[in-house]
Design a protein around this ligand. Sequence first.
Ligand code: SAH
Ligand code: SF4
Length: 343
Amino acid sequence: MENSIKQFSLPDLGQTLEHRGIPKFRAMQIASWLYVKRVRSFDEMTNLPSALRSQLALAYPFTFPTIADRQVSHDGTRKYLLELMDGTLVETVGIPSDDGRLTVCCSSQAGCAMGCLFCATGKQGLRRNLLPGEIVDQINVVGEDFGQRISNVVVMGQGEPFANYRNLMGALRILNHGKLLDIGARRITVSTCGIIPKIESFTLEPEQFTLAVSLHSAHQNTRDLIMPELARFPLSDLRDALKSYSKETGRRVSLEYALIEGTNDDDQELHRLVRFCKGLLCHVNLIMLNPISDSPFRPVSRKTLERWTGELERNRINATVRQSRGADIDGACGQLANSVLKA
Ligand code: SAH
Ligand code: SF4
């Protein structure tokens, strides 16, 4: 697994080839075979010299995910359980829209170390980071299954993308590259729970990738309670980091807020959220909490949700309610947890 050809970002592949005395331009040819033409062996890479093909085949096992399970929701959303080369299972969701878009919600890690109390993935702990090519393959599996080009990618499946930053960026650049998957940077959204040093790195990246941050409470005590691993990154620092992000990039950040009954849904929480957002170039995505098993957390009523939307609007804070799709197949936000493992 460590040697898999999927371990490389484009620049890393170029460098590795150079160390072997092979010209760098071969990296793009190989990536194109891997991620556009999607061949299953080096032998099929017909524009490579045959000596190079055998050399690569010896050095880097050709790994490819297989679909271990696939569920289709009545709203058309499809959830896939993918088995990676080493048996690791990871979930991916394909979300079609009426306007013809097809969005993939992909995973960045198998499991997650952050342990947010309301999240099914958080309950599992981290199994491992995904390789750049393993992230890209998820998009390709969904595209192939739907027989349609992928228009949007959200890195909102299992795992904390910024805890696997290097591999994540390697994957995003393969997705974005004009000669590879050619998915526009603005159509690729990364959601982080708020790892500040990596928000700072992301701010400096040249591409226009979209940033979303899982806030879930603008009250330090509440946030520390429901997102215990994030307590080391205080909300005031998070806000500063987001302010610099907008200042440097001119882009606004999405704040994810899953309303949880009796936890982050009272007036004080609402006012703290308003205060957090004032002066910040942001957009609030209110999410109805999705039920996960063995959890005391419950979603709020429609009425509460409407009150929050209204109150945010009244304060001129841009807010929408995010429709979670595929809830009937446990494919909605925060529900991805490997049903097979659970069983
Ligand atoms: N680790 C990243 C990305 C994956 S989670 C992050 O936390 O941002 C994708 C989104 O689903 C996050 O906003 C997360 O907080 C949210 N989420 C987690 N559990 C949920 C649940 N039970 N109901 C609704 N949203 C949930
Ligand atoms: Fe990890 Fe995100 Fe779930 Fe928190 S919400 S446990 S960071 S996947």
